[in-house]
Ligand binder design. Structure first.
Ligand SMILES: [Zn+2]
Length: 267
């Protein structure tokens, strides 16, 4: 397998003590490249710094997650635009709306999201989006940018069938995480996973979050790692009734095209 983890929070503090070992384990498990998620003013520059350390292997996004929406000032907007001047930053986000946690007031979330949608218009980079319990506002805001933004992925999809088909109708991509492996709240995704066209399906761990609950044995520290992407792909392939190799190859091809990754030198 030559997997691409499209959502990896490798700049997270929990990886500070063993980041290289974490990546070695990921490579041994078939994970060859990753898109490192930038989701705040603090962590977006960190994602870029990491990406520059392993050119062609790690890439970054730059954005401000709805949880951090109150930090989205004019100065923050300028910082994000400066990050997007770097070719290692391949997508705008993580940004979007989260009315489930409401860590930031909703008007602030919408404002921060709108400004980042404008960055996507100006840079024509793909969008890496987060949506939770905010589907109607999310769709309405994106509609305002119809025809002006480039490709879209709704990362860590956890929604309903209706939401999924709304996204697919817009030709957007879907990111599947280990949420699929959560028998308490992800069971419906196993059925929905069959409906996602292969060329629009990508895979991600969202590590260190979302440790797949079907891992055996479960790591004691409960930290998710990029190496567990292989497990997620196995589960996903079974749900789709596909060969693992096929799901792996298709998701990699989809990610290469979506993030416009440079061709990989033969190794
Ligand atoms: Zn997210």
């Amino acid at each position: 397998m030559q997997l691409i983890d499209i959502g990896l929070n490798l700049g997270h503090d929990s990886f500070d003590r063993d980041r290289d070992a974490v990546w070695q384990r990921a490579e041994a498990a078939g994970v060859r490249r990753a898109i490192l998620t930038g989701a705040s003013r603090e962590h977006s520059p960190k994602a870029l710094e990491l990406a520059r350390a392993r050119p062609g292997t790690w890439f970054a996004t730059a954005g401000v997650h709805p949880h951090h929406a109150t930090e989205y000032t004019d100065e923050c907007d300028a910082e994000m635009r400066a990050l997007h001047a770097h070719p290692e930053v391949v997508a705008v986000g993580e940004c979007g709306l989260d009315y489930f946690r409401d860590f930031s007031p909703r008007p602030a979330q919408r404002k921060a999201f709108e400004r980042q949608l404008q960055i996507a218009v100006d840079t024509q980079k793909p969008l890496f989006l987060h949506q939770r319990d905010a589907h109607a506002d999310f769709m309405a805001m994106l509609k305002n940018f119809d025809g002006r933004i480039g490709p879209v992925v709704v990362h860590c999809f956890t929604g309903t069938r209706e939401e999924l088909f709304d996204y697919l109708d817009q030709d957007w991509h879907i990111g599947i995480t280990g949420w699929l492996c959560d028998e308490r709240r992800g069971e419906h995704l196993r059925e929905l996973a069959k409906s996602i066209p292969a060329q629009r399906l990508m895979v991600e761990t969202d590590a260190p979050y979302l440790l797949p609950r079907t891992l055996k044995p479960m790591p004691k520290d409960r930290r998710n790692e990029p190496m567990h992407l292989a497990h997620i792909v196995e589960e996903l392939a079974r749900d789709r009734g596909e060969d693992v190799a096929r799901t792996a190859a298709n998701s990699t091809a989809a990610a290469e095209a979506f993030f416009r990754l440079p061709a990989r030198a033969a190794s």
